[in-house]
Design a protein around this ligand. Sequence first.
Ligand code: GRF
Length: 190
Amino acid sequence: MNIAIFASGGGSNADTIIQHFKHIKNISVRLVVTNNPKAGVLRVADFHQVPFEIITKSMLYDSSDVLSLMKQYEIDFIALAGFLWWVPDNILNEYQGSIVNIHPSLLPKYGGKGMYGHHIHEAVHRSKDTYTGLTIHHVTEEYDAGQIIVQVKCPVYASDTPQDIGRRVLAFEHAVYPRTIQFLIEDRNP
Ligand code: GRF
């Protein structure tokens, strides 16, 4: 089974996913896809010698180029990890049930357009929530609204800055996302 990771940023989740599957028989990360030629995730892919592809908006939305890439690399499962563009229907239809995203809040709280990265943790901080967490969910045409697969709660302490909250959530993401992807793939392909 081959995984593609779609990411737009630093790629710390991509890093933990790639490392995790180095030790798992029959499943590997075959491709990293990004829309951002400067994304840190490209260094991550390079370091682990995972092939990567840089895509443009027109490749994703005006053609079937990205779907063709998925075929070319024989991709079975797509994990979004900080990918900032919405995923078009041609890919969603082909990968129904096999395309997931991770979001650094307890959806439906702090979800939707514009709610990403530090915006989320700042909002949690402002609301004085005593806990936050992460959500792994199926991807649909609506932002952050697909069926929830896993949620992990973690505490927010009164002394936390938004950065502290972000760091804690990200550490939980690294612990949970690779194992959840493995579980989903094995669950669907017993
Ligand atoms: C993570 O917080 C993830 O939940 C969100 O984007 C961030 C990506 O971080 N969707 P990284 O690029 O994996 O470090």
